[in-house]
Design a protein around this ligand. Structure first.
Ligand SMILES: Cc1cc2nc3c(=O)[nH]c(=O)nc-3n(C[C@H](O)[C@H](O)[C@H](O)COP(=O)(O)OP(=O)(O)OC[C@H]3O[C@@H](n4cnc5c(N)ncnc54)[C@H](O)[C@@H]3O)c2cc1C
Length: 276
């Protein structure tokens, strides 16, 4: 296996670094920027460079490029702290989820807006009593004619306040085992009945939100994939999140920052750095 960067990859990295540095000068530097650095304007710039949906198949409007190229751009953006959050979730997992499980109508409606950096998506998964044990979630979507009526509460919904759409994981049936009866539904965040309360965390960031759904009506055609059989879809969707470089590169940026500020003449400090 050849680990040498190709000249095209080196050029892409240099270009991404320049764009990221310019963005930091313009918008500021953000830690965990895929979560905290929110700028729709910069998302549109990413789109102009075709750096959203880089790896999505060409037939869905994506770049059809190899994952290593997305990794290069992501590494540069996140280590510089450029504000990529407004389009990151859509690029990383909502777009790929719709490509895998969405209807043609959903793909036609939502993918182009993601690729142009125009829309922000949030993920409505966790609930006050359903975190790691996601299958215990209770938010319920009841079918009523050609609509779903959604009631329940989500928590830790990053960008709940700013997003245009929520990719909601909810229950459409209480029958069977906990992993059955779970469905994924696209919910426009301006739908009546949605109340969003932001949560400021101890680091002062405020992307987390509580989202309350009271008789929220969405078209039944917003169901993504299998009715009541979406737990596997959700696990697949989360692979895009867990398999990503986001946290690793964020941590590396913090490590480098700590290194710059640490008194490395002190042996104990050196030991602490080594332990990182
Ligand atoms: C930065 C960040 C962004 C997030 N963004 C979103 C988002 O956009 N949308 C969303 O829906 N959610 C989001 N979340 C929430 C996240 O998905 C949940 O935090 C996660 O599912 C864990 O749930 P919890 O916090 O309730 O922890 P819990 O499930 O209560 O777990 C707490 C601790 O107990 C341990 N534990 C749990 N069950 C067991 C067990 N059976 N045996 C042994 N140990 C156990 C866990 O490993 C953990 O250490 C985000 C979280 C973070 C940190």
């Amino acid at each position: 296996m050849d680990f040498t960067w190709t000249s095209d990859q080196v050029a892409l990295r240099e270009k991404a670094r320049t764009v990221a540095e310019d963005a930091v000068n313009k918008y500021g530097r953000f830690n965990d920027t895929w979560m905290n650095g929110y700028s729709r304007e910069f998302s549109r710039e990413l789109a102009k460079h075709k750096w959203i949906g880089m790896t999505w198949p060409v037939e869905y409007g994506g770049g059809g490029r190899p994952p290593i190229e997305r990794l290069i751009v992501g590494e540069e953006m996140i280590s510089a702290g450029a504000p990529i959050a407004a389009s990151w979730f859509a690029d990383r997992q909502m777009g790929p989820a719709l490509i895998s499980y969405g209807t043609k109508a959903q793909q036609d409606a939502f993918l182009p807006q993601m690729l142009s950096g125009e829309t922000t998506w949030c993920i409505g998964m966790s609930e006050p009593n359903s975190g790691s044990d996601l299958a215990s979630l209770k938010t319920f979507a009841a079918r009523d004619g050609d609509e779903f009526v959604i009631n329940g509460q989500k928590i830790w919904t990053s960008f709940g306040e700013l997003a245009d759409y929520c990719y909601l994981i909810c229950r459409t049936s209480s029958d069977g085992s906990p992993h059955e009866g779970i469905s994924e539904i696209i919910v426009p965040m301006n739908t009546p009945g949605i109340e969003v309360r932001t949560i400021k965390d101890m680091t002062t960031n405020s992307h987390f939100c509580e989202v309350f759904y009271t008789d929220v009506r969405v078209p039944a055609s917003n169901l993504v994939g299998a009715l009541g059989g979406a737990f596997k879809q959700t696990m697949r969707q989360l692979e895009h999140e867990r398999g990503g470089i986001d946290r690793l590169v964020s941590n590396h940026a913090l490590y480098k920052m700590a290194l710059e500020q640490a008194d490395r003449k002190d042996a104990l400090v050196r030991q602490e750095i080594a332990a990182l």
